[in-house]
Design a protein around this ligand. Structure first.
Ligand SMILES: NC(=O)C1=CN([C@@H]2O[C@H](COP(=O)(O)OP(=O)(O)OC[C@H]3O[C@@H](n4cnc5c(N)ncnc54)[C@H](OP(=O)(O)O)[C@@H]3O)[C@@H](O)[C@H]2O)C=CC1
Ligand SMILES: O=C(O)CCC(=O)C(=O)O
Ligand SMILES: [Mg+2]
Length: 590
């Protein structure tokens, strides 16, 4: 007999289980689904058909999902005497391990607490994972939407989701206000609503840990910690610091910081290392519009991630297509990122894309990549043929607007028709490799422009220096060295080490002073006779201010930059001038 009041666990299929800390997926798993409110039933009906068709096509009946409906929101209230979030639903979602849900209504400014938040907290689904990428044919306001390909890891249990807030005028509010004013000397207007924003090391670290692990498992390039730590130092700033800490302490062998990328690796990302960087939250919105290709995996706290995920989704087709998942240590509930759009409920009108791709994430979580890829690969073909729901139709001239279920029919027809998965995957990987190379070349050849665009601020000489050193040898003539300077458009050459291992430098100034003024013939004078040796060299981590004072105290206008015994670049007074001109100078900040 079922232990549940309304939930019926299918008698066919097997439950997903967790064994030795691993999710074990049988070939015939029982998975949960929640229809959701508003447009939920329309999109769920359509998606169940598409997922089943993809699994059938990929595995020819060997694998099959046995669906188990569980209830939340309005449908639950109808069945469970007005209870929108029955205990047995939470129990079933934990028991089934993997489920997918449609959107649920949350009243604004009062009424019951968000069911989505309750679910995430009750099941401790601490990572809200939202990949956002562009599919060919999907309308976008960007010139190059293909450059958007990020996965947002948004913390799902802390920050505003703790819901610790006190209504203005309530006794609790007044008590807290008194404490803050009298004990903590805090100042704020009378009658303010008060909220608390807890950010813990535990919560931040487990989220960033998951983001880094995802980057490792999926061959991603970087993880960016997004925060407003310049203003909220002990919550947002702490999130950033704990993020770097977890990277250093638990993933030290496979991660480097952005500073290390430039200082130690000259901007060339070493094989097998993921770059950990951070950006302030407000500028992230601009950067994701202007330079989306700079970002890969993003790790955010709750509220920043909520805003950012809808904003980035809008760059590549909107919330109608952006998928999501709520994942804990093992239990996962996949879900559409948009809401219930009540004005479109039961009209067979809206885009099922968000729920559909949440299901693709679910198939990937099960390890059923072939079925997931089938959907991902046929989707752009259908959209490129102009068969789209209303939201895309209004942005594509000449498109054929279809309803939710007709869009599903078109996809299913393509899926059944078959796709050359291998060829498409290969083309995708080649494209990714090309884009990665282009980014690397820019980091190497135009470091200052790259820094300006990506929002980094130079801190050390390694951030400013010219990395491609043009060298000559002692035995060359000054004339040939002069030609090399002209051809390479540089004002100095680094002279290869002499027998004592000392590097030298030959500058245009040396030539004016020692050849022209000295009345010597450049065609017969050797570089060793006019070069300066040994060179004035500073370590790569020297601050810009220290470098400036070294130049000011010497008769040289440039310094070579060393890493151990190796010269890795040259920084000139012009580089320092340009950096201050472009980035500004905050006085004593080094
Ligand atoms: N995870 C969840 O369950 C979530 C639930 N909600 C809840 O949903 C309710 C409504 O929220 P609201 O702020 O209006 O946001 P919605 O996401 O429900 O709708 C806003 C607009 O987004 C567009 N849209 C949403 N879904 C689709 C889709 N599938 N296809 C095409 N376009 C779509 C529509 O734009 P247009 O008008 O331009 O056609 C719609 O009017 C609230 O109760 C809210 O709390 C909100 C977010 C997430
Ligand atoms: O629970 C809600 O109503 C809102 C949830 C939300 O905005 C989100 O999941 O991004
Ligand atoms: Mg949201």
């Amino acid at each position: 007999m079922s232990a549940y009041r309304h939930i019926r666990i299918p008698t066919t299929g097997e439950k997903v289980s967790v064994r030795n800390g691993q999710v074990h997926v049988p070939d015939q798993p029982i998975l949960g689904y929640v229809e959701g409110d508003g447009i939920g039933p329309d999109i769920t009906r359509a998606c169940l058909r598409i997922w089943d068709a993809a699994v059938e096509k990929a595995y020819g009946g060997k694998r099959k999902i046995h669906w188990c409906e569980v209830y939340l929101g309005e449908k639950a209230a109808g069945l469970y005497d007005g209870n929108y979030c029955p205990d047995e639903t939470i129990k079933a979602l934990a028991d089934l391990v993997v489920s997918i849900k449609g959107p649920l209504t949350t009243p604004v400014g009062g009424g019951f607490r968000s069911l989505n938040v309750a679910l995430r907290q009750d099941l401790d689904l601490y990572a809200c994972v939202r990949p956002v990428r562009h599919y060919a044919g999907v309308p976008s306001p960007l010139k190059n939407p293909g450059k958007v390909d990020v996965v947002i890891f948004r913390e799902n249990t802390e920050d505003v989701y703790t819901g610790i807030e006190y209504k203005a005028g309530s006794p609790e509010n007044e008590k807290l206000a008194r404490f803050l004013r009298e004990e903590m000397k805090a100042r704020f207007f009378d009658g303010a609503g008060l909220g608390v924003k807890p950010i813990s090391s535990f919560g931040s670290k487990r989220l960033v840990r998951k983001a880094i692990q995802y980057a490792i498992d999926n061959g991603r390039e970087s993880v960016t910690l997004v925060h407003k730590g310049n203003i909220m130092k002990f919550t947002e700033g702490a999130f950033r610091n704990w993020g770097y800490e977890v990277a250093r302490e638990e993933f030290g062998a496979v991660t480097i910081t952005e500073e290390q990328l430039y200082a130690e690796y000259k901007g060339k990302q070493p094989e097998g290392k993921i770059v950990i960087k951070d950006r302030i939250a407000d500028i992230m919105f601009q950067m994701m519009l202007l330079r989306p290709e700079e970002f890969d995996v993003l790790a955010t706290m709750n509220l920043n991630g909520d805003y950012l995920s809808d904003a980035i989704a809008a760059e590549v087709g909107g919330v109608g297509i952006a998928p999501g998942a709520n994942i804990g240590d093992h239990v996962a509930v996949f879900e559409a990122t948009h809401g219930t759009a009540p004005k479109y409920a039961n009209q067979n009108k809206v885009n099922p894309g968000s729920l559909l791709f949440s299901g693709v994430m679910m198939l990937e979580y099960l390890g059923w990549k072939e079925a997931a890829d089938l959907i991902t690969l046929v989707y752009p073909e259908v959209v490129s043929d102009g068969i789209v729901t209303y939201d895309f139709a209004r942005q594509i001239d000449g498109a054929t607007e279809v309803g939710t279920s007709q869009f599903a029919d078109a996809l299913i027809e393509r899926i059944r028709g078959g796709v050359d998965l291998e060829a498409k995957r290969k083309a995708q990987q080649e494209q990714l490799a090309r884009e990665r190379k282009q980014r690397e070349i820019r980091r190497l050849l135009q470091p200052m422009e790259e820094m300006l665009d990506s929002g980094r601020v130079p801190q050390t000489v390694a951030d400013l220096m010219t990395r491609s050193l043009i060298t000559c040898t002692d035995d060359e003539t000054v004339e040939s060295a002069m030609h090399l300077m002209t051809d390479s458009d540089v004002s100095s050459l680094v002279v290869e080490p002499n027998a004592r291992g000392e590097w030298g430098i030959l500058t245009r100034r040396d030539i004016v002073a020692k050849i022209v003024r000295g009345g010597r013939n450049p065609a017969t004078t050797k570089v060793r006779d006019v070069a300066t040796r040994p060179v004035v060299s500073v370590p790569a981590e020297t601050s810009i201010r220290e470098a400036a004072s070294k130049i000011a105290d010497s008769s040289f206008s440039r310094l070579t930059v060393a890493q151990g015994s190796k010269l890795i670049g040259i920084v000139t007074e012009t580089d320092i001038f340009n950096a201050v001109d472009k980035f500004g100078w905050a006085g004593d900040v080094v």
